[in-house]
Every structure is written in C-alpha cells, then in structure tokens.
Design a protein around this ligand. Structure first.
Ligand code: XMP
Length: 406
C-alpha cells in the first residue's frame, strides 16, 4: 500500500482527496515517462504512479484502481467513465425482459430454438427468457455426466420442467463418463477427457434434436469481451463460447444475455422466477466433481464426495454463515488413513473442506470459519458419511493455491 499524491487537475482524480491509499502490490515501476505524458500521481517509492496524455485521451495507473483496498478506486473509475469517456450511465434493466422477449419472438418467428443448459446461472436465465418468449419452440439439452453435486441433475430437471414451458431433454451418461475416465489420474488428462466426452455427447444430442432454426447460448458480456467482440480484442477463447462442429447447421446463434454482466443476469433471473438456489449458485467448474476427486475417478468415490459435500453445505447453511463465503465445497484427496470406530480399526477416506472469500476469484483468502462450526462439520462428516474417518480444513489462500485442487 502506498500513500499517493494525486494531481487535482487530472480528470480521473476530479473531486477526490489528494492523498489517498491505493493498492500497488509489486515493486516494478516506470522510470522514464513516454513522450507526451505527464505524471499526475506519485508515491514515496514510485515517481509515476499515475500518468496522462490528455491530447491522446490516455490515462494510466501503476496501481490497481479496481480493488477494494484502493480507497477511492471506484470514484476514479467513475470519473474515467463519465468525465473522460463521457459515458451517460443511462442503461436501465427495467424493461430488459419485455424488450428482449419481444426481440426474441420477432427473430425466432415460428422456428425452433435449442439451448445447451448446464444448470449454471447464465444458461438457466437464458432458458427462462427463451421459454417466456417462445415456450415449446424451445428445447433445452441438459447433459448429466454424473459429476454434479448430490441430486443436482434431478433439481435442474425438476425446476425447468415444472416452472417453465419448454421441451427438456436430459441426457444421462454417467456410466459412459466413468468408463472413459477409468485409470486416468493426471489432472489435465482428466479435464480434457471430461471436456471432449461432454461435447461429443452434447453435439450428438443436438444433431438428433435439431430441426433447423436457432442455437442459443447463455453467453454474457464478459464472455464476449474475453472472446473478442465489437471493439474488444481477443484475449482468450472463452469456454462459454462454444465452437460448433461444421456439419451442424443453424440459421443463427442467439445470445440473449450478451449485453449483461453477472449481477444483471441474476437480477433478470430473479424477475423470471428462477429459484434463488439457481440464481445465486456458486461457481461450479465445468468438469464438476472431476476436479475435486484427486486420482482416479470411480463411482464409489463420486458417491462419497457427493454425500460429504452435501453434509458440508447443509451445515454451512444451518450455521448462518453462507452469505459470508464466496465458495465452499468438499474435496476427496487420494488418501486413506487409519482410524478407530468403536472397537474396530478403520482404513478409510480423508475429506478436505475448502471455503474461500473473494471478490473476483483471481485472488482469494481461506475463510476463517469459527472453530465450533468446523467441529460440527467434522463430527457430521465422520458420523454421517460412510467411508469417511478423517477431515482436514484447507487453509491455503490463492495465490499460492488455486481455488480448486486440480
Ligand atoms: P481456480 O481453481 O482456477 O478457480 O482458482 C477459480 C474459479 O474458477 C472456477 N473453475 C472453473 N469454472 N470451468 C469453470 O467454469 C472450469 O474448468 C473451472 N475450473 C475452476 C473455480 O470453481 C473457482 O470459482
């Protein structure tokens, strides 16, 4: 952290305190200014903490304005948007649903539309919107690869068949995935196998179900930016932007959420009546529990992890601390340990529990869950979940750890 001196005449710092705490976590800094730039902020150690070239409309900071630790950071970003870029801030969500439904009806007409539904927030909200627009003309394809949380597949199916007008197609391919994953222990190979198999099953089903018309995706604005859209250069190909095999033909791709950020998607989801549990779901990795079972994935291990994860989540909810955690889940390391149960020696699974707090998932702190809650979780896991005789709590932040174990 550094105390900054900010140039009052710089539009980005307009109306802000001249000395302010900002976040600058690394030691590198610019020593020589580029031509045409002048310094508008410095710290004790960094001569050019903020620079500008008004003529070119370039503004640069050596610190992070976007993180919470920069006390006036959001005001700086606001100044940049409204005073430098002259954005109006007149985007309102109010009639988003009505106007989008109207546009979808116009575009789709009497044709069919197919959506890949994962049960995550984005595809669920896209499904809700499309259902409202065209009802049974919509087919949602949901692939259950058997690596979801306990009862999750049934919950997704029940939600969409009960609450929304659409054709819901569930592909149950749990056995097929287990067979494909047999003997694989390398994390990358597991991820690759799960991804390849998923899309194989998914596109096969799309071929079966498709009858021309449109293909819909729950892509949201950050996915579009990351994949290159409009004036945003390609940063990386995003997993939410799916490449379609050449032999599958649709009139067009529909992305009803492509102008929205996550919080806006959630607001739409709530208005559409999608259950709270789905709208406010924690991130869940594409390869599912596959990256939380270390070593070979087997049916038995999936069962142990699903049960343990369900008990952990239940106890967190009962303890009333769910809202303080950004993500929490159980992991099944490839470790068995010795224990005692009554008069018997056991040799059974170790369960690791992980809970983090974060704003952006790029960095994360391990959550300081109170000991009494950890004690209850540990008791319940060893008492209620067959084949679990030991529990450890992961106290690694990111970095150096990642959120997931694989
Ligand atoms: P890591 O483990 O990279 O996780 O620190 C950061 C966040 O991303 C989630 N995650 C994934 N999400 N597909 C996804 O859609 C994936 O393959 C994947 N891997 C990790 C993770 O749960 C955490 O929220």
């Amino acid at each position: 952290l550094a105390a900054e001196s900010l140039g009052a005449e710089c539009a980005v710092f307009d109306g802000l305190k001249k000395n302010s705490v900002v976040w600058m976590s690394h030691n590198d800094y610019i020593e020589v200014l580029p031509d045409g730039f002048k310094a508008v902020g410095h710290s004790d150690k960094c001569p050019y903490a903020a620079i500008e070239n008004v003529e070119k409309g370039f503004y640069a900071t050596q610190f992070h304005p976007e993180v919470n630790h920069t006390e006036q950071g959001f005001d700086m970003l606001g100044n940049f948007l409204y005073k430098v870029c002259h954005c109006k801030g007149d985007w309102v969500m109010d009639n988003f649903i009505e106007s989008t439904v109207e546009k979808l009806r116009e575009k789709i007409g009497d044709k069919k539309v197919i959506l890949g539904l994962s049960g995550g927030v984005d595809s669920s909200v896209a499904a809700g919107l499309l259902s409202r627009a065209v009802g049974k003309q919509l087919t949602c394809v949901f692939v259950d690869q058997g690596l979801m949380r306990k009862d999750e597949g049934d919950f997704v199916e029940d939600t969409f068949t009960r609450l929304f007008d659409m054709n819901f197609v569930r592909v149950n391919c749990q056995k097929q995935f287990i067979a494909k994953l047999k003997g694989i222990t390398d994390p990358e190979e597991k991820r690759k196998t799960i991804g390849t198999e998923f899309y194989k099953v998914f596109w096969d089903k799309i071929r079966e179900e498709s009858d021309g018309g449109f293909f819909a995706q729950g892509t949201i604005y950050p996915d579009c930016i990351e994949s290159g859209k409009g004036d945003a250069d390609t940063i990386k190909t995003h997993h939410n932007k799916v490449k379609m095999p050449d032999d599958i033909k649709f009139d067009d791709v529909i992305e009803p959420l492509c102008d929205l950020f996550k919080d806006e998607v959630r607001a739409v989801g709530e208005k559409l009546g999608i259950p709270h549990e789905l709208v406010w779901r924690q991130p869940f990795p594409g390869p599912g529990l596959g990256v939380r079972i270390i070593g070979e994935i087997t049916e038995d291990k999936i069962k142990v992890l699903q049960e343990a994860d369900a008990v952990f989540r239940d106890e967190i909810a009962k303890s009333g601390i769910e809202d303080q955690l950004s993500q929490f889940f159980a992991v099944l390391p490839d470790v068995q340990t010795v224990g005692v149960m009554g008069d018997h020696r056991t040799y059974d699974h170790l369960i690791a529990i992980r809970a983090i707090t974060t704003d952006d998932f790029m960095t994360a702190d391990w959550a300081k869950i109170p000991y009494d809650i950890l004690a209850r979780i540990s008791n319940r896991l060893t008492n209620e979940v067959d084949h679990v005789n030991r529990v450890v709590y992961d106290i690694t932040s990111k970095p150096p750890g990642t959120v997931e174990w694989e």
